[in-house]
Ligand binder design. Sequence first.
Ligand SMILES: *[C@@H]1O[C@H](CO)[C@@H](O)[C@H](O)[C@H]1NC(C)=O
Ligand SMILES: *[C@@H]1O[C@H](CO)[C@@H](O)[C@H](O)[C@H]1NC(C)=O
Length: 184
Amino acid sequence: MAYSASYTFFIFNFLFFSISFSSSNGDVPDDLLESITVSRMEKTTHLHFYFQEVLSGKNPTAVKIIGDGRGFGTTLMIDDALTQGLGRDSKVIGRAQGMYSSAAQNDIAFLMVVTFAFTEGMYNGSSISMLGRNHVVDDVREMPIVGGSGAFRFARGYALAHTVWFDPNTGDASVEYNVSVVHF
Ligand SMILES: *[C@@H]1O[C@H](CO)[C@@H](O)[C@H](O)[C@H]1NC(C)=O
Ligand SMILES: *[C@@H]1O[C@H](CO)[C@@H](O)[C@H](O)[C@H]1NC(C)=O
């Protein structure tokens, strides 16, 4: 039984994932075949888009769900459009879905927990997960990419964000993102 389960796993890897694989030596007992290393070629992908946050009007894409304003603990749920160009009417290529919270007591820094879900082109249906600190007063903020799905399985990397436009009265903003990810 142990042999056949391992063997199935091995074939499964071979058929669906693997171009090349290696095992450390020829003496591996059959029931340790699961430890075979599957190696694939990594790619680096650079993505450039704009994050459009709308708090104003009848159809805001960012809604406060916790807290009393912009103070410590305030949390917003977002479903912001990601566009190809800077203008809000530019082509939508995905959504930034998730939330962010004011996470600094004596500063303006957010904990960002956001999925970039792509809806166009070769990345339609794939997503990237970002988790990090957004010290919004900095010109450029760096946040880690901690994973992904679809074309971005096993993704890791970083996002650079720069606020291009911000309306202090409404909180509406357009933020430029450059995302660099290594994935398979
Ligand atoms: C993206 O994928 C969805 C689901 O498969 C599909 O309905 C939609 O038409 C696709 N969009 C584009 C622009 O290809
Ligand atoms: C993104 O990359 C472009 C092209 O290299 C550059 O002009 C822009 O300043 C970058 N923006 C950020 C936020 O990194």
